[in-house]
Design a protein around this ligand. Structure first.
Ligand SMILES: NC(=O)c1ccc[n+]([C@@H]2O[C@H](COP(=O)([O-])OP(=O)(O)OC[C@H]3O[C@@H](n4cnc5c(N)ncnc54)[C@H](OP(=O)(O)O)[C@@H]3O)[C@@H](O)[C@H]2O)c1
Length: 301
């Protein structure tokens, strides 16, 4: 098969783990002619790319040679070593995209000496093409490079730009860590179904189908609270369930969880966290009254 990818649009992934696999697969699904190379020191990690057109190498500097975009997809704790190793090999014209949690643009610039760096926070649904990514770039990145980075992440889902790098901590707390929150809810609901006597497989099917259906109903213009009110008949089963959720403080706890993740993200980014600053969740809106209201007029956001 003749394969002539445009050399100026090639992408190098440093680190061949889960996110690199998701992104590389999505990019090739969207543009089969794209040239993609992945480097990882562990041959077993590269084996998963064997059936794809991806070129693999054990040598990071070999991977970046000639690439227009270099995606840093290693764990944050090894990023400094990897970036310093690549400092000589990376050309200032090459766009560097880091997906590492908590590693700031200024740290990357200090280690790499590179000027064009986009930092982003993807999430694991990228593995199934349904990711959401937050992106940030400072003035060292041109409009064309921003567009390239956005196109890269859009291959595996939605992508949203942020003006302030610190906002990526909130992105981490919501969408970066978010899949786990939903997994926890799905897990608990399945257990509830099993306790009611359903076979686990059936409970799994009912809960996951409902989760996908409910999430699909919430379009960009839709108010989830409004949708909730609409499906809650007075004196009905949903109302009873929602009042149990409210008395357990579930909405308040979820908001606290988001604040906890945000605080941890800031700690990982090296932001001073004094234990109080920004860590207290806002006033809980999770009263029984809020969750059990039936009419739009009564509901508060
Ligand atoms: N997974 C997520 O949900 C998610 C979400 C947002 C952001 N991220 C970020 O994405 C990055 C990658 O996460 P991941 O889940 O894909 O992790 P992962 O599966 O552990 O992938 C990282 C890969 O980098 C390899 N590696 C280690 N040292 C290396 C080196 N010196 N040179 C080249 N490759 C090296 C690792 O090999 P070994 O396994 O042998 O160490 C591994 O294959 C992380 O920085 C993470 O913060 C992940």
């Amino acid at each position: 098969m003749t394969h002539n990818p445009a050399p100026d649009r090639s992408i190098a992934f440093i680190g061949g783990g889960n996110m690199a696999y998701a992104l590389a697969s999505g990019i090739l699904r969207a543009d089969a002619d794209r040239s993609v190379v992945v480097s990882d020191p562990v041959p077993e990690q590269l084996a998963r790319f064997a059936s794809s057109p991806v070129r693999t190498t054990l040598d990071n500097t070999d991977a970046v040679a000639g690439a227009s975009i270099v995606v840093l997809a290693v764990k944050p704790q090894v990023m400094e070593g990897v970036a310093r190793e690549l400092a000589e090999a990376i050309d200032p014209q090459q766009l560097v995209v880091s997906i590492a949690a908590g590693v700031t643009v200024s740290a990357l610039r200090a280690w790499l000496g590179s000027s064009a760096i986009v930092r982003c926070m993807p999430n694991t649904p990228a593995l199934v093409g349904k990711g959401v990514t937050g992106l940030y770039a400072d003035s060292g990145v041109s409009e064309a490079q921003r567009a390239e980075a956005e196109q890269l992440l859009r291959a595996v889902g939605d992508a949203v730009w942020f003006e302030q790098e610190g906002e990526l901590d909130a992105v981490t707390a919501l969408s970066g860590s978010g899949p786990a929150y939903f997994f926890a809810v799905i897990e608990a609901l399945i257990e509830g179904g099993v306790e009611l006597g359903l076979e686990r497989e059936i409970a799994h099917r009912l809960v996951t189908g409902t989760a996908i259906g409910a999430a699909t109903m919430v379009g960009p213009q839709d108010d989830p609270g409004e949708l909730r009110v609409r499906v809650t008949s007075p004196g009905g089963t949903t109302e009873r369930a929602l009042s149990v959720l409210a008395s357990g403080g579930v909405a308040h706890t979820l908001r606290q969880a988001v604040h906890g993740a945000w605080q941890r993200s800031r700690e990982l980014s090296g932001v001073e966290v004094d234990g109080n600053e920004g860590s207290a969740p806002p006033e809980a809106a999770d009263s029984a009254a809020t969750l059990s209201r039936h009419t739009g007029e009564e509901r508060r956001t």
